[in-house]
Unconditional design. Structure first.
Length: 273
């Protein structure tokens, strides 16, 4: 039944008032519903987390403490069996010039335990470090430990980061652990948030990492149905970023599980080039 049918006959002025209050009520109801739905769908309140797939915060911190190691060394040396791997990647990034310019803002997707984050902060002391992370306990831990900004994480976008605002945007061991579609969404966002002259660093399990021997090692690991490890043709990444005003600066093969991953570094064309 419409609102009019419930009302006694009214003057034109009263009608206007009624329509206004009906509209006001509708707006209140609509806003309340929008807020409710946003809350329901918001990554943090909905619990869009995949920490079940990622390592446990408590176990890792306790293991590192017991071993007398930093979390980074504990993950590299003990959990992954690849001593010094994180440090080597960061040293290589420094060698090819990633940290030559001062960094005001760094954005990292999926920092997890923060092993690359800690070394990046040590290498360039950025004024602001934003993270997009779905594993809630680790994200909170990184906020407390390093004072980083945990941005609302929907799993595909960097929506809280303005265009052309980051000097470095990076993701380590993320794009070989998530599916194709979110990887591509993140690529487009990385390009968007990077400022001219900024660096983009990430790794993919590219063709170079797919030798018959390595494929057999993955078979033997018996991982079966999850999104990890996800492969990506090297040319897809290189073509995508070079078609968007970035140049490939260097690449490095690094250990990943029983196989390898290829770290790629791109640079957005500087404004004065
Ligand atoms: C394999 S771990 C790598 C962690 C860390 N970068 C490292 O190398 O130690 C993948 C990380 O990405 C996070 N992650 C998974 N899917 C994500 C998504 N769609 N958006 C942001 N982070 C994600 C996981 O919670 C985890 O921290």
């Amino acid at each position: 039944m419409s609102l009019e049918k419930l009302q006694p006959p009214t003057t034109h002025k009263q009608n206007y008032k009624l329509t206004r209050s009906a509209t006001w009520l509708e707006n209140v109801a609509r806003n309340a519903f929008t807020l409710f739905r946003a809350k329901l769908l918001a990554p943090r309140s909905q619990g869009f987390v995949d920490q079940e797939k990622y390592i446990s915060l408590e176990d890792t911190l306790a293991g590192a403490k017991q071993a007398g190691m930093t979390v980074e060394d504990y993950i590299d040396n003990v959990m992954s069996g690849t001593p010094g791997a994180t440090r080597r990647t960061l040293q290589w990034m420094a060698q090819i010039g990633v940290f030559d310019d001062p960094k005001s803002t760094v954005v990292e997707i999926g920092p997890g335990s923060g092993r690359y984050l800690a070394q990046t902060i040590a290498a360039c002391s950025p004024q602001r470090y934003e993270i997009y992370e779905t594993a809630v306990p680790w994200a909170k831990h990184l906020v407390t430990t390093y004072g980083v900004v945990w941005q609302p994480t929907d799993g595909v976008s960097l929506s809280a980061t303005p265009d052309a605002s980051a000097d470095l945007v990076q993701a380590h061991k993320v794009f070989n652990s998530i599916n194709f579609a979110p990887t591509c969404r993140y690529w487009s966002e990385m390009v968007r948030v990077l400022r001219p002259g900024g660096y983009c660093v990430f790794d993919i399990m590219s063709d170079a990492c797919l030798t018959p021997k390595i494929i057999q090692s993955w078979n033997d690991a018996n991982l079966n149905f999850g999104s990890y490890p996800a492969a990506m043709p090297r040319s897809a990444a290189v073509d995508y970023f070079t078609s968007r005003d970035l140049s490939l600066i260097g690449s490095l093969l690094a250990p990943l599980g029983p196989g390898m991953t290829e770290v790629l570094v791109f640079r957005k064309t500087p404004a004065d080039a």
